[in-house]
Design a binder for this molecule. Structure first.
Ligand code: FES
Ligand code: FE2
Length: 361
């Protein structure tokens, strides 16, 4: 696996930001979902208050993974108590704040080191998001707003689990600047293409024909943006108005897990069952279009230095922008200020003003 160090991104192995860690429906009441992200074993569960709790999974007592057990009587009898969770091995119990709050066979004081790291989580749009910060700070930006989610004309997405991939997330981010792949991979003809860097957001505005997502001679316009290093949303017009989610989270250094989903607008004030069926079909076309990129990533060699020609997109700018998440937070504002602005691909038109004005990031 190609590592963050080999890409020379910065001192942190994993980037700072909001990341998807699970689909909300994967968390079953009373059960602990085992996860692995950022090279760390994690435990996700819903406390009896209804709140989700995400903790490091390795018990500080003797190293048991509290989320990967199916046979202990602690697990069989119900591991979740209130918003706390018990370790399968000796039954130590940890609260939603990660502190051990009960050792069943011990009356004395509980050692302060008996605690699990607690992660900040948000449940939104059918997904569970976690804030990762190598420096342990609070979120410095919000999850992206998706007003379409609360509009009954829009059909909610189902989440496509794309699985894990031995590919450093840098290679996925490169795609934001990559106009010349749109023809060969997606069958697009390009009318316009531009990038903009705006603090923790990177934008790609693109319009053109598309073989799979738009009818002959109609324009597929996509207004695509990452909020931080891991969450891509794309507002698109093709056969339907839609909002695509592509999100990826580091599992280990050089390995990611990815998901895809699509919200689709129906022509009715309240989407009908027929609209839902249509939306599912369009989501499937969208998933297949994304898998065209995925296939390349799953087999390509890592590229630490792109053999970049003048007519390529501004890969080097994207890579420079991306570094902010691998470096101390106190440097982020300075890095953003240096990089903010629009970047163009020489042989392509910039986006029309009307398209730029519509953007919601
Ligand atoms: S290893 Fe977890 S309670 Fe002993
Ligand atoms: Fe692509």
């Amino acid at each position: 696996m190609a590592t963050t160090a080999e890409y020379g991104l910065g001192p942190f192995t994993y980037p700072r930001g909001w990341f998807m860690v699970a689909e909300a429906s994967e968390v079953e009441d009373g059960k602990v979902l085992p996860l692995r992200f950022f090279g760390t074993e994690l435990a996700l569960y819903r406390g009896q208050s209804g709140n989700l709790v995400l903790l490091d999974a390795i018990c500080p007592h003797m190293g048991t993974n509290i989320a990967r057990n199916t046979t202990s009587y602690v697990v069989l009898d119900g591991q979740v108590e209130g918003d706390s969770v018990r370790c399968p091995y000796h039954g130590w119990r940890f609260g939603a704040d990660g502190r051990c709050d009960d050792i069943p066979y011990h009356d004395g004081p509980i050692p302060p080191k008996a605690r699990l790291t607690k992660w900040q989580v948000e449940e939104r749009y059918g997904c569970v998001w976690a804030w990762h910060d190598p420096e342990g700070g609070a979120p410095e930006y919000d999850l992206p707003a998706v007003p379409e989610w609360d509009d009954s004309a829009w059909v909610h997405w189902t989440i496509d689990h794309l699985g894990e991939l031995d590919c450093h997330p840098q290679e996925v981010l490169d795609n934001m600047a990559d106009a010349p792949h749109l023809g060969p991979i997606h069958g697009s003809t390009l009318a316009y293409f531009e990038n903009e860097l705006r603090d923790h957001v990177i934008i790609q505005r693109q319009g053109g024909g598309h073989r799979t997502l738009a009818a002959d001679n109609t324009l597929l316009e996509t207004d695509t943006f990452y909020t931080g290093p891991g969450i891509l949303l794309s507002r698109l017009t093709g056969f339907y108005e839609a909002l695509m989610l592509i999100t990826h989270t580091p599992v280990d250094d050089g390995r990611i897990k990815a998901w895809h989903a699509l919200l689709v607008k129906s022509e009715n004030a309240v989407a009908t069952e027929e609209d839902v069926a249509t939306a599912r079909g369009f989501q499937e076309s969208s998933r297949l279009a994304f898998l065209q990129d995925f296939e390349v990533w799953s087999a390509k060699a890592p590229v630490f230095q792109i053999l970049q020609i003048k007519s390529d997109g501004p890969f080097h700018k994207v890579r420079e922008w991306y570094k902010q998440f691998y470096n101390p937070r106190e440097e982020a504002a300075g890095r953003q200020e240096k990089m903010n602005g629009k970047y163009f691909t020489p042989w392509l038109e910039p986006a029309p003003d009307a398209v730029v004005a519509k953007g919601r990031y």
